[in-house]
Write a protein that binds this ligand. Sequence first.
Ligand code: HEC
Ligand code: HEC
Ligand code: HEC
Ligand code: HEC
Ligand code: HEC
Length: 214
Amino acid sequence: MPKARSHFLILGSLVGLGGLVVLGAVVFFLGNAWFGLPVNAQAPVQPIAFPHTVHAGTEASGGVGIDCTFCHRNVDKGPTATVPSVQQCMFCHSKITGAGSASPTAETEITKLRDASAAGEPVNWIRVHRLPDHVQFVHDVHITYLMANPGKIVNVTPVINPDGTADAGQTCSTCHGDVAKMAAVQQVRALKMGDCVDCHRQNNAYTDCAACHY
Ligand code: HEC
Ligand code: HEC
Ligand code: HEC
Ligand code: HEC
Ligand code: HEC
């Protein structure tokens, strides 16, 4: 075999091998994007042990019964839900110190909040849900859709109001589970590409790549 030709063959098989490796990587990343497990299937430890049970839980279950949208103010108005500032917490916690609470952790944890407020520092909450930067997600569109189609809301009881309508705060469980019953928020739904696309297909929403990718 002429030397040049054998070089060509070696080069060819190297390119082939490289191609296989690249293909393997693509299959891996796509498989992971479609079927991978949620990033935070376990609740991360937060700088302040903030219990949704106490704040968002119903009064009947011993909670304060604050609506999700009171704290996540932007959730039905734009893409991001937003987490409340220290000032928003101090609306109540300038008076509620946790002293004498039946909960053994209340005073220590609320003190951390009041200290941050006095120092003018934010609380650096650790993100539970986080999509990669190349994916775009918008909250308001989903919430409006679920409010208009309360039958699509899942993961919580009672699902909707007695008259058949749903408030913005009653739609969240569809993707986040029953947060009002979580002492620490953890991710419960995959929210991977396969999950998003399946729901879009079932509800006649866009499935073209540009709908979700920049
Ligand atoms: C509408 C009023 C209200 C707002 C707003 C509010 N809280 Fe509370 N919070 C309460 C009440 C009531 C309790 C129960 C206090 C008790 O057990 O004595 C509480 C309890 C707590 C506890 C103690 C829980 C425990 O039992 O260990 C922490 C920590 C806490 N809040 C943090 C926050 C943070 C952080 C924010 C802002 C994101 C916030 N709260 C906003 C009313 C509020
Ligand atoms: C008193 C204010 C308050 C209320 C009411 C509240 N939240 Fe939150 N929420 C927070 C704070 C503070 C965090 C950040 C700390 C954490 O993750 O627990 C948070 C975090 C979250 C997260 C995780 C965000 C992430 O990092 O991915 C979700 C999801 C969430 N809340 C949903 C809800 C839902 C649904 C309700 C209503 C059932 C609700 N919240 C009611 C204050 C509140
Ligand atoms: C259709 C699914 C879906 C619904 C419905 C939904 N979320 Fe989310 N939520 C997500 C996804 C996906 C992310 C991660 C977004 C990202 O990383 O860009 C997220 C992130 C968040 C975050 C943290 C980041 C941020 O946007 O500030 C909070 C807080 C949150 N959601 C609260 C809520 C609340 C409250 C509701 C109901 C009023 C709600 N979500 C309804 C899918 C949903
Ligand atoms: C519960 C079902 C459901 C899930 C889960 C869901 N979506 Fe959607 N999404 C919809 C529906 C329905 C619409 C169309 C709403 C309308 O136009 O009224 C939509 C619209 C959107 C839009 C807006 C398109 C536009 O410009 O109007 C984006 C972006 C989007 N979804 C991204 C995502 C991503 C990313 C995920 C996964 C993290 C996701 N969605 C999960 C049902 C869902
Ligand atoms: C309904 C929303 C949605 C649509 C439509 C969609 N994607 Fe995705 N895609 C996602 C989400 C969400 C992720 C991130 C999954 C994860 O957490 O890794 C993703 C991840 C990916 C990744 C993996 C990148 C990585 O870092 O692992 C590729 C490649 C991709 N998408 C390509 C496409 C192509 C090509 C199309 C059109 C045929 C498409 N997507 C349509 C939501 C969508």
